[in-house]
Design a protein around this ligand. Structure first.
Ligand SMILES: [Zn+2]
Length: 476
């Protein structure tokens, strides 16, 4: 039984999004930055923290961090430096991480999601840690240092989100911005994008934020949503039961969708940060930043506006095209080559995305020029609209040129009145009963006959010619 004055709670969410950069090498050494190598293949004295090894800053990591900042509306710091964050953990052989606490590379910024601005606090550059692999079968834990020293940016937001859905939508917008800027592959399933969520609740109308708990290492949109929802419910239960929320770090349990305590929340002073003596501060000049800004290309926001404003696409359709950059690029190329934006959009969202979804491909397996050709043939009445779709599907599947597909599958519309008349005659001869029904006034069997003819003709005759011939023979 509920009482009249039930308190309503507002969930408050801030995020830390960790994104691995797409550099060739690690941030402070020359080891390859690649995913999927054999364990401990990509290591050297520097990223293993051996005595005497010194870090050298990777220029490309700085450039990509700046590009991420520009893509997310940040101000770029003209002066930045590196700090040591000291802690021991088995995945970090140096027992410290080179990070940026006091002078991050990018400041402020934000993105609009569903009409609300979600502000960023800053973006900083740091090195990733290694990976612990818990092998339950052999009851051992192995450590893989390949990821140790991979450049990682941490995108820190203000506590501006108010629901799990809003947080997930924001992460997707950030993911897209990073992918379009060419600085991260955005693959959450490979860990190149990982999220920590700071969650608190407060009674509606309260002036102060509640105590927050941080849920670490969420690596899918579903986990982010589940963890936030569970965490908010847990905190409300605590408060309603007369308890207090404790500031702590929690982990997400995949099996149950719940969160569990990991450690009490540490503050910056616990890490004994100090300026790293091995890496010098960096000064960025306006020319350097300007060059990176010019190299950014069109970002998702501008593309969305173009799709909706210029091409008359619905917001949902635009989002579908934008979600994968290579698909959106392919669409843009087809339009630039002269395809009708609406027709091309339908085909890309239909046949092409179906193929991409089914095969998991990371590129569109046909030339944009071939799509333009097929759409042009359909518009000129040389092939049927249905055959244009079939031809796209076959081109993707067989990897042949669109023209070869059209010829090989006899898709071209031929005006051959004798052949058409013979086909119609044979269809009618097979179903004298249906012909009688038609003559008795049951006109809906006409559609059935059209279907039968089309099955045989497979788009090789113009639908208008088929219809005319059918009527002629039925009405005679
Ligand atoms: Zn190395």
């Amino acid at each position: 039984m509920s009482t009249a004055a039930q308190t309503r709670y507002i969930t408050v969410i801030g995020l830390e999004i960790h994104a691995e950069l797409l550099t060739q090498t690690k941030v402070f050494c020359g080891c390859p930055n690649t995913f999927g190598s054999a364990e401990n293949e990509n290591v050297c004295p520097t990223c293993l923290g051996l005595p005497g090894a010194l870090p050298v800053l990777n220029r490309s990591a700085v450039e990509q961090t700046v590009k991420a900042g520009l893509a997310l509306g940040c101000e770029i710091a003209r002066w930045t430096r590196w700090d040591r964050k000291n802690y021991f953990y088995a995945d970090s052989p140096k027992a410290y991480q080179i990070s940026q606490l006091y002078a991050p590379l990018c400041l402020g910024g934000g993105l609009e999601v569903g009409g609300r601005l979600i502000r960023l606090n800053h973006i900083h550059l740091e090195e990733d840690a290694g990976k612990l692999i818990h092998d339950g079968a052999r009851n051992v834990t192995r450590v893989d240092f390949n990821r140790c020293g991979v450049p990682l940016i941490e995108i820190v937001t203000e506590p501006d989100m108010r629901s799990a859905d809003e947080a997930a939508a924001f992460i997707e917008q950030v993911r897209m911005a990073l992918v379009y800027a060419g600085v991260c592959d955005g693959k959450m399933e490979q860990g190149s994008l990982r999220v920590d969520a700071n969650v608190s609740v407060m009674p509606e109308g309260a002036a102060e934020l509640g105590t927050r708990a941080e849920v670490k290492n969420l690596n899918s949109f579903r986990h982010v949503a589940l963890a936030i929802e569970h965490e908010a419910e847990r905190q409300i239960r605590l408060i309603e039961g007369g308890d207090r929320v404790v500031q702590e770090t929690r982990r997400f349990l995949e099996g149950t969708g719940e969160t569990a305590p990991l450690r009490s929340k540490e503050d910056a002073h616990d890490y004994r940060y100090f300026p790293d003596p091995d890496v010098l501060p960096l000064e960025l000049d306006a020319e350097f930043v300007g060059r990176l800004r010019a190299s950014l290309g069109e970002l998702p926001g501008a593309r969305r506006e173009r799709y909706i404003g210029q091409y008359g696409m619905s917001a949902a359709d635009a989002e579908t095209l934008l979600a994968r950059k290579f698909v959106s690029d392919f669409y843009d190329e087809a339009v630039a080559l002269g395809a009708d934006p609406r027709e091309a959009g339908n085909m890309v969202r239909g046949e092409i995305l179906r193929h991409v979804g089914e095969t998991g491909a990371e590129r569109v397996g046909m030339d944009a020029g071939d799509l333009v050709k097929l759409l042009g043939m359909a518009a000129a009445g040389e092939i049927s609209a249905n055959n244009a779709k079939r031809a796209v599907a076959l081109t993707l599947g067989e990897g042949k040129s669109a023209e070869a597909i059209v010829e090989a599958h006899n898709m071209r519309i031929r005006e051959d009145p004798d052949a058409l008349a013979a086909t119609v005659r044979s269809v009618l001869a097979e179903r004298p009963d249906a012909v009688r029904s038609y003559k008795d006034g049951e006109t809906k069997v006409f559609g059935f006959f059209m279907g039968q003819c089309n099955k045989i003709l497979k788009g090789s005759a113009h639908p208008k010619s088929v219809e005319a011939e059918l009527r002629k023979q039925l009405d005679s």
